[in-house]
Write a protein of this length. Sequence first.
Length: 571
Amino acid sequence: MAAPSHKKPRSGCAGQDTTPQQKSNHTESQDISTSGTDGENNQQLSGSGPGHDPEADKNYRPKTLKFWLVLLSIFVSMFLVALDRTILATAVPRITDDFNSLGDIGWYGSAYMLATSACQLLFGRIYRFYSTRWTFLASIVVFEVGSALCGAAPNSNAFIIGRAIAGVGSAGIWTGSMMSIIPMVPLHKRPVFQSMFGTVFGIASVAGPLIGGAFTQRATWRWCFYMNLPVGLVAIALLYLFMHPETSKREKASVKQKIMRLDPLGTFLFVPSTVCLLLALQWGGSTYAWSDWRISLLFIMFGLTGFGFAIVQVNMPETATLPVRLIKQRSLLAVTFYMFFLAAGMMLVVYYLPLWFQTTKGVDPVDSGVYTIPLVLSLVVATVLSGAVTQKMGYYAPTTILSPSMAAIGCGLLTTIGPATESPQWIGYQFLTGFGIGLGMQSAGLAVQATLPKDDVATGISITFFAQQLGGAIFVTVGQTILSTMLVKKLSGLPGLDPTTIVRTGATDLRRVVPPNFFDTVIEAYNHALTRIFYCALALALTQLLASLFVEWRSIKKPQEPALAADAADV
């Protein structure tokens, strides 16, 4: 919501009758174009920028049970989504055995990821124009339906469809969880509440594989998905009963206007564009060679549909899913790249550090997960601490800059690890890396809320979430390419050893496949390849640091009373 202006209206504007649509467009363009003006500087100093919402002050009731029940339901919903991403890893072997579907194993994860990424920006439009409460509830229901189908799936195809449906629901829950808190908590109080999201993801990262393994070994893998149903139903019931924030009324619109608001043409082009890109990255170098015609065709389709999407966004700005005027906003553009690089670096470390433990240290997958607990715990601690510090200071920019600085140091130290590295060293390196990543986890959300007009916050949040998912998806594939390329380079020329076989062999099977006389050489090659991946994470952290320098220093402090603000101005 734009801050009040004390300037006189320009000639030609005052007294003119405008339609609601014209008035809305004019206001939105004014809100975005104020960046860099004296008025913006006053907003920054007084803490009365566009992110401050009087409705949130009215709805903020932390002393009531109702308030905490709604928050608990929001965090539980996010926990289920985060858990669903990690719980599958330990259940996949049993699922493929039951369905005799080893060839479908890649789809179990990618169906969920594709659906989430493809629908993320669409939910930004939905939350902008329609009820946050009902959209969030509908998203949880869709996620529950997908989970139920996965649990009851009679075959692999049904399971994949269930994963895709759950992915659609998760896209709505991602954006909806943030949008549900905004009308409940004023901006100057949000950092601590939003830091809880990092805690939820950290707990889910540790608990997911453990819960999945326990269900798979002691009951059935189907309970990995059935467990979502009772927990999700409780969350739905609590949100339905108690989530009734006071919000401003929305403009009435015809059915055609409601459909056009969702940018159907843009969505029609964006969804296949995203799917083609992610499929190419998923299949390239593993299922098919990068030079295969299928991969080339996917990249061509991505380029064509992506270009068509861009044309639609430029020529239909009123209904654009990705409005050009928002892309021009400095902070939004900066935090979009910021979250892309943060997620990319985080995924490289989270995905490949356990592999380092399995190969170089020779531990099993369960122990490798235990050995990465310092990374997860430091991330959680830093996220919570970041929320407290940001709320105390009233500015999110300091932690935004500090985050990649610490992460770069941690990733730099990870490039030095080897077979002789002792536990105090790799624990400390993980702590620095995780702490750095955690400090920046909520930066994008706060920057979006502090700089964008209220009506654009949902779109801004969905853009940053999409960038986060895209960065992780792309660089996991980049990491795999680095790993396979370095292994082939290091192991080529050794008599009687096929580098391609080593690349395709799982980390836990190396001792079975590799001849004893070559084993140390293979481990050294693995260590070299994995440290090159950490060099990539270091480069991403430094690029993230560069992006952080373009984030505006906006205040999230509580707005001053008019009388106090006037006195401060006189002084």
